[in-house]
Design a protein around this ligand. Structure first.
Ligand code: COA
Length: 171
């Protein structure tokens, strides 16, 4: 891991503009890492969303703050279905100029801590089959591939495949 100083904390409504900028930049990368292709909610919608998340015991948005500003984000939320309330789904992104410095791994560790505290037993996520960096990160943390979900995600006009990965994090 490169030497890098950063701090992980819960996002506050005041982080909205920086988080929108981060998501739009990563969504616009030509590789297509995210479901969004550059579109994201507005800063005011993001602010409202973050305010609601801060009040909820069932979801969290964790961010990485560095000297450069906000350089990473992880969102995690409990599944609302009564039969799968022990499961949470997460999404992750780190700014292009800040990758391979341990931020993704640190966000994943913080998410697991939050999940255990919230009584969640299993974390799942979806990743595009070509996203070898993310698949490698998740695999190194003990996430297993549970299957290929065909045409599971809408990306613009297209329905695309996604790998479902998951890890048991609590008893
Ligand atoms: C996937 C992503 C979140 C990883 O974040 P990161 O901060 O770069 O990850 P880390 O520095 O914590 O890497 C941890 C480990 O993951 C693996 N890894 C990360 N990037 C990798 C890459 N490009 N190639 C191979 N392995 C990689 C390595 O095992 C790495 O450990 P190492 O650096 O000691 O070898 C980041 O690349 C990203 O934001 N990509 C664009 C958005 C995205 O794909 N989000 C996930 C959608 S499912």
């Amino acid at each position: 891991m490169n030497e890098s100083i950063f701090h992980i904390r819960h996002a506050e409504p005041g982080d909205a503009a920086a988080l929108v900028e981060l998501a739009r930049a990563i969504g616009a990368e030509p590789e297509g890492w995210l479901i969004t292709n550059g579109e994201w909610r507005s800063s005011s919608e993001e602010r409202r969303y973050l305010r609601a998340i801060r009040r909820s015991p069932h979801a969290a948005v964790l961010i990485v703050e560095a000297a450069e500003g906000v350089v990473g984000r992880l969102s995690i939320a409990r599944d609302p279905h009564p039969a799968s309330r022990h499961v949470a789904d997460l999404g992750l992104m780190v700014a292009q100029g800040f990758r391979r410095r341990g931020a993704g791994r640190a966000l994943m560790a913080a998410a697991e801590d939050w999940a255990r505290e919230a009584g969640i037993q299993k974390i799942e996520l979806h990743v595009f089959p070509y996203n070898t960096a993310a698949i490698s990160l998740y695999g190194s943390l003990g996430y297993e591939q549970e299957g290929l979900r065909k045409g599971h995600l809408r990306r613009g006009e297209e329905l695309v495949d996604a790998i479902l990965m998951a890890k048991q994090v609590g008893a």
